[in-house]
Design a protein around this ligand. Structure first.
Ligand code: ATP
Length: 513
């Protein structure tokens, strides 16, 4: 039985966008803190930046590594029946023919001829105006309607989309109850009516191998890490001597030429995935889909993310990817609405079947009890590192007023925080920096530690609060007398006095709580 599961709900794109606009500010605050403290910088900033690409700074890379290490530990190191691997980003182009990505991995796209903005047709919403009270509401064209039209006509023009509005449930005006009748098909960005017909847009980045860029050398940057696992299935079975059910896990970069990017790290064209393919007897798919959905929801909780902001959402049949027969999303309630962090999908035998059809070498599994070769089915758990990172940042961000003073604090779980403990000499004289450095050296061999002697002590605390550092050790004049220091707790801001030689054990104890 899976906990925290919502029934499948129809997506209301118009409503989602309303939320996005409403809370754009909170994401801007996170972007600004990320830059100020060295979590994330805009890529190629000194050249004006490159849209939707981000660089992880000194604190960002530590936190990202913590998240990846926690995933690897949870999925690989702590389990007997999951092994890891690391495939190359460039793969044989036929892999993507076999996987269905060349044929199926695309979105319908609409361009504005006037301002060149580009939208996913199924994300666009249009204004309907009531011709009685003249108030407007937004309606959106659901994915399945746009896809159906593309299937029938090959392409859909603005006129067809207008006609399509007839296919949309026409509801009475929420203000005066009169039936809505007019539809405006405008570019949401510049207001122009000059929209192109929706065209199918493949999301894979093409590249060419070797010096001569002719078509024979074309391949793709991988749009998912999963295929690197599927094409190595036999290699792993033979070498790791695993028996069903067992998993293969992989962490690495993936690339998608997304039509619309945005919401900071949420949707970018280059991102990192943490994927695990769990190979099973096909008749056990339901059991393992439930198991992994719950496990993956629990993993996000274990990162310290607030439980009421996390949920599992089963996919509607029209949302399923081309390979999948059932899927749950782990979702987080971002300021821009509930959004996917990870997909847990029943991929059936699709991928191995496809490679068996296309590749020269067949991949099967010898089922000893039944004495026959079978193609195992797969449950996939596919998460984005950058989305997990953004979730931790957003979830931890607080603006507080304490004793009349305002502070921004990241209440990150100590497991995730880039720095575990900061050491501060109260003043830069009387031998305090030297004692502090000694304490810092001891702490550094156990934890990720930071030594900060610049500026007033209050300002140094604020800096570490913004960096999400859970503990602070302050060396003051009393340290000279009785060899004690203060241990400050980031969240309660309480300071207790402890003997210097107990600093390591006290922090370890707090970490294990
Ligand atoms: P979405 O519906 O948000 O586009 P998806 O269903 O296409 O996502 P999957 O193909 O299931 O995503 O990829 C697995 C995971 O990889 C996602 O849950 C997400 O965490 C991450 N991911 C996918 N696309 C992106 C992207 N463009 N930027 C950042 N992370 C991504």
């Amino acid at each position: 039985m899976i906990k925290n599961v919502l029934p499948a709900q129809p997506k209301n794109a118009a409503e989602k966008r309303k939320i996005i606009k409403m809370d754009i500010k909170s994401i801007e605050k996170i972007v600004s803190l990320s830059k100020r403290r060295g979590f994330i910088f805009q890529s190629s900033e000194i050249y004006g930046g490159l849209g939707s690409t981000w660089d992880y700074g000194p604190l960002g890379v530590e936190m990202k590594n913590n998240i990846k290490n926690l995933w690897w530990h949870d999925m690989v190191t702590s389990r007997q029946n999951i092994v890891g691997m690391d495939a190359s980003i460039l793969m044989h182009p036929e892999v993507w023919e076999a996987s269905g990505h060349v044929k199926n991995f695309h979105d319908p796209m609409v361009d504005c001829k006037n301002c060149k903005a580009r939208y996913r047709a199924d994300h666009l919403s249009f204004k309907k105006t009531c011709n009685k009270c003249h108030k407007s509401i937004s309606v959106s064209f659901p994915t399945e309607v746009v896809n159906d039209l593309i299937k029938i006509h090959g392409k859909v023009g603005s006129n067809e989309l207008s006609k399509l509005s007839k296919g949309i449930k026409v509801e009475p005006c929420p203000f005066c109850k009169h039936i809505l009748s007019t539809i405006e098909l405008k570019c949401p960005s510049c207001g122009s009516y000059e929209l192109t017909e929706p065209r199918q847009f493949n999301l894979m980045f093409k590249t060419s191998l070797g010096a001569l860029a002719d078509s024979g050398d074309v391949t793709y940057l991988r749009p998912e890490t999963a295929q690197g696992i599927f094409v190595n299935f036999s290699n792993v079975v033979t070498t790791a001597r695993q028996k069903l059910p067992f998993g293969i896990a992989q962490l690495g970069k993936a690339f998608r030429n997304e039509i619309t990017t945005g919401n900071f790290l949420f949707r970018t064209r280059e991102f990192e995935q943490m994927e695990m393919e769990f190979f099973i007897h096909p008749e056990e798919a339901d059991k393992w889909l439930d198991y992994w959905s719950q496990e993956r929801l629990d993993w996000f909780k274990s990162l310290g993310v607030r439980e009421d902001k996390l949920r599992l959402r089963p996919h509607d049949s029209d949302e399923l990817a081309h390979y999948s027969t059932a899927c749950y999303d782990v979702e987080y309630e971002f300021p821009f609405g509930w959004s996917e962090l990870e997909g847990i999908a029943d991929r059936g035998t699709y991928d191995l079947d496809q490679h068996n059809e296309h590749a020269k070498k067949k991949q099967t599994y010898f089922d000893q009890p039944n004495n026959k070769h079978i193609v195992p089915a797969v449950i996939e758990a596919s998460a984005g590192v950058d989305r997990a990172f953004l979730t931790c940042l957003v979830d931890a961000y607080r603006e507080e007023k304490v004793n009349g003073e305002e502070r921004i604090v990241l209440k990150l779980s100590p497991k995730v925080a880039p720095i575990t403990v900061a050491v501060f000499p109260l003043v830069n004289k009387n031998g305090l920096p030297e004692i502090s450095e000694k304490i810092f050296n001891e702490l550094q061999s156990e934890f990720s530690a930071f030594f900060d002697q610049g500026g007033s002590i209050g300002r140094r605390y604020r800096r570490q609060d913004e960096a999400g550092t859970p503990f602070g050790i302050t060396v003051d004049h009393q340290t000279l007398d009785d060899n004690t220091v203060t241990l400050r707790d980031r969240d309660s801001m309480e300071q207790i006095r402890i003997p210097t030689d107990q600093a390591v054990s006290k922090i370890k104890k707090k970490l294990s709580n």
